[in-house]
Write a protein that binds this ligand. Structure first.
Ligand code: HEM
Ligand code: HEM
Length: 176
């Protein structure tokens, strides 16, 4: 498979759309009411689930697209930066997918019949009260924070390339 020299329009559109949706998703997650026993999902939770499922769909499509469109690393990067940045990128894919799937398990454990944007019903991944779904669902909070930490490292690296290394790494992902 031939490797492209840089990210194309599709890869950039996936990257920035998912960044925007993740910002919205964290805001909803932190602002929505706390979950209590026997509680029914309110509008904020339905919105959180819908945005989350949208992120899951886009990230899956993005991963499939990426596997079919390999991108050459920037040639000026030293080996350690190339290896660590690629590792961080694959970790970001795994954490976004892991966060969405554990959220879905959490909702299934609660027995919530959830819908996409108040319209399309979604299936539960396990029976209500399932202990397996409960254990997987409880990883949701851990993964949210792990994702935030890794995003922080990723963004700090992007800023370091602008202010310390003064190279063109950030431009690789900017529109145009
Ligand atoms: C990458 C996508 C997602 C992010 C970043 C995210 C983030 C969050 C955040 C910040 C909270 C608040 C919990 C806290 O106080 O820390 C939360 C709670 C919750 N999310 Fe998500 N979420 C995502 C996807 C999903 C999906 C796809 C679902 C369901 C289909 C879901 C279901 C839930 C549920 C049921 C809760 C309440 C349980 C709890 O407090 O842990 N989330 N999420
Ligand atoms: C929610 C936050 C973010 C996530 C989940 C994320 C995820 C990713 C992933 C998975 C890649 C690898 C793309 C691939 O090779 O398929 C990537 C690349 C990149 N991201 Fe992010 N990103 C986020 C935020 C940001 C922000 C805020 C910036 C800029 C300040 C940024 C700058 C870049 C750059 C420059 C690249 C290309 C690096 C290279 O040349 O290989 N990202 N991002």
């Amino acid at each position: 498979m031939t490797q492209q020299a840089g990210y194309g329009t599709t890869a950039k559109a996936f990257h920035w759309t998912i960044v925007l949706l993740l910002i919205v998703q964290y805001l909803i997650g932190w602002l929505m009411p706390d979950i209590h026993r026997d509680m029914k999902p309110g509008d904020a939770m339905t919105l959180h689930i819908s945005v989350g499922i949208t992120i899951l769909s886009l990230m899956t499509a993005r991963l499939i697209w990426r596997l079919g469109h390999p991108v050459l690393p920037e040639r000026s990067l030293p080996d350690w930066q190339r290896v660590t940045s690629e590792g961080v990128h694959w970790l970001l894919y795994a954490l976004v997918l892991g966060t969405t799937m554990t959220g879905w398990y959490f909702a299934s454990f609660r027995g919530w019949s959830i819908s996409l944007f108040f319209a399309v019903p979604l299936r539960m991944l396990a029976a209500e009260g399932s202990q397996t779904a409960r254990s997987i669902g409880h990883l949701h909070q851990l993964l949210e924070w792990a994702l935030l930490v890794v995003v922080g490292i990723h963004v700090a690296a992007a800023i370091a390339h602008v202010v310390i290394y003064r190279d063109k790494i950030l431009q690789r992902m900017l529109p145009g």
